[in-house]
Design a protein around this ligand. Structure first.
Ligand code: HXC
Length: 511
């Protein structure tokens, strides 16, 4: 007869075997490359002792050497809050995704959705498992459906630690936030060899899909960090700003920063010379709790800043033109970056606070041909459709269409403040003078003198906050140093905001 001791011993052996993934040798070679194993990544992410694994014995692919699948799935807590996690294990067939791998991920994804908890995928995969053929493709389809279905219901975070090839790229692409390790992580649809065959292009994996490309140029990833450990720490930090789901209310925490804190330096931060820049991140630091914020896509379209911060303990989304980069102009990338961020905030009931210093949309054939109208319309649409509380602070320039789209009251902004340095008008003074006084300008002996004199008087007459305030487009003109307490009070007032939207399946956002 088989004894219980034997049964228990068998269970322990099988469980231990599962912990070895594709075998000790393969795990060791990952560690030699300075990477964590999939299991170590989970332990780094979750609170100690909180991981509960699901489907540890689930297998199905006949090509497996060790009867252990290429993904570890389960749930645990991060700072006491439940999350679900799937970590692809590169030591097993290169982390490739077949039917069982997909089924394991989908099971925890479904649980995350049912229980309303964030879902985190830790990606390291050679893509569709070639041996499983079209069943792998079905697996991807099932997974993608979950990403789509859960979008706007639970926060989804993806991290890329190694290759992410072929179908593997779409989990990070569909997630709300994607982080990469600076070295040895890459995402591309097809690798260098296929590229060479198809287009005769010589590119290496870094150039084709490295972290630098995705955080600076393509915008597919939000942020990159030095190594696996840092990526996991940043996921934990990001989670501290996020609600559990779209019904759980904003993630409010105890605030130990002074509600009434006033920063004298804010009164003088905007240079009087309109051509001079300043760092809007200093403004953000001075206003939000403890000077802390979590910036997303800092290296992509850095002419606009998008970040999560806390205001009196409540999470808010912050969007700010960055006068230090391209004078804070709005271009296609900046529009798309901020539109997607607003939609995330709105899905999860995170109020949006906008800091405006924008000279306009970037003019020129390159931007027009690249569809700046379509991309700018995304930003306009995202602000206009968002029903969360929306507060804006106009610090300096707010001209024309760029002013309208940056959360103005014209498109459903709730409360707009202006600093006394605000210049609010249809267009910038020089452009206006060139149109209004074209003939006189043509005949002027000293064109530059004429232009600057008339631009000054236009600015005095039109480009100030008092005209807009007199018409109610600005709710108050405030001393910059009082911005923190004013924002806190306004946010508190707006927290019970309700806004009806017309019944429809969904709008047709210009994509
Ligand atoms: C099965 C795979 C695999 C895959 C890697 N392996 N990718 N097995 N299916 N897709 C296996 C290798 O055979 C090897 O097994 C082990 O994983 C490690 O791979 P190596 O090549 O030795 O490692 P490395 O040199 O680090 O290169 C990693 C890699 C490379 C860059 C990911 O393996 C690669 O190019 N793989 C194919 C990538 C790709 O084109 N994927 C797209 C698939 S099509 P052993 O036994 O030797 O350890 C696709 C379309 C889906 O995904 C579309 C859905 C929308």
């Amino acid at each position: 007869m088989v004894s219980i001791d034997k049964k228990l011993a068998e269970l322990r052996v099988k469980r231990e075997n599962a912990r070895q993934g594709g075998g000790l040798e393969k795990l060791k070679s990952l560690q030699e490359k300075g990477k964590l194993t999939a299991r170590e990544r989970i332990f780094n992410l979750l609170d100690p002792g909180s991981f509960e694994e699901i489907d540890v014995f689930r297998t199905g692919c006949s090509s497996l050497k060790n009867d252990v699948e290429a993904v570890i799935t389960g749930y645990g807590t991060v700072n006491g809050r439940k999350i679900f996690v799937a970590a692809q294990d590169f030591s097993v067939m290169g982390g490739s995704l077949g039917k069982t791998v997909a089924a394991k991920i989908c099971k925890v994804f479904d649980l995350a959705l049912k229980t309303g908890a964030p879902f985190v995928t830790l990606n390291d995969s050679g893509g569709a498992r070639i041996q499983e053929g079209v069943s792998s493709l079905e697996g991807y389809g099932e997974l993608f459906k979950r990403h789509i279905n859960a979008s706007g219901v639970i926060p989804q975070i993806a991290a890329v630690f190694g290759p992410c090839a072929g179908g593997a790229v779409y989990s990070p692409a569909l997630a709300d936030f994607t982080f990469m390790t600076e070295k040895d992580s890459y995402m591309f649809l097809t690798g260098p060899k296929v590229v060479k065959a198809a287009t005769h292009e010589d590119v290496n994996v870094e150039e084709l899909g490295g972290a630098s490309l995705h955080v600076k140029k393509s915008g597919v990833a939000d942020n990159s960090y030095a190594n696996d450990e840092e990526v996991l720490l940043k996921i934990k930090e990001l989670l501290s700003y996020l609600p559990q789901n779209n019904m759980s209310g904003s993630s409010a925490s105890q605030c130990n920063d002074d509600f009434n804190r006033m920063e004298e330096e804010l009164n003088r931060i905007v240079p009087f010379d309109g051509n001079k820049g300043y760092n809007v991140k200093d403004v953000i630091r001075m206003i939000f709790d403890n000077g802390e914020f979590f910036e997303l896509k800092p290296e992509f379209a850095s002419n606009i800043v998008t970040c999560l911060a806390k205001l009196d303990g409540r999470t808010v989304g912050v969007i700010a033109n960055q006068p230090n980069v391209l004078a804070g102009v709005l271009d296609s990338d900046a529009s798309v970056k901020s539109a997607r961020f607003i939609r995330f905030c709105d899905s999860f009931n995170i109020p949006v606070i906008t800091f405006v210093d924008v000279p306009g949309f970037l003019p020129g054939q390159t931007q027009e041909a690249g569809g700046i109208i379509r991309h700018g319309a995304k930003l306009l649409y995202a602000y206009g459709e968002a029903t969360v509380p929306k507060i804006s602070v106009i610090m300096r320039k707010a001209y024309g269409g760029a002013y309208i789209v940056m959360g103005s009251k014209y498109v459903n902004g709730d409360i707009s403040f202006a600093w006394p340095t605000a210049e609010i008008a249809v267009m910038g003074p020089r452009g206006a003078v060139e149109i209004l006084h074209r003939k006189e300008l043509d005949n002027a002996a000293d064109k530059e003198k004429f232009l600057s004199e008339h631009a000054d008087s236009y600015a005095e007459e039109h480009a100030n906050p008092y005209v807009a305030a007199s018409k109610g487009y600005i709710d108050d003109i405030i001393e910059p140093r009082t911005t923190r307490p004013r924002l806190i009070k306004t946010l508190e007032m707006l927290l019970t905001k309700r806004e009806d939207v017309p019944v429809r399946k969904h709008g047709n956002m210009p994509l």
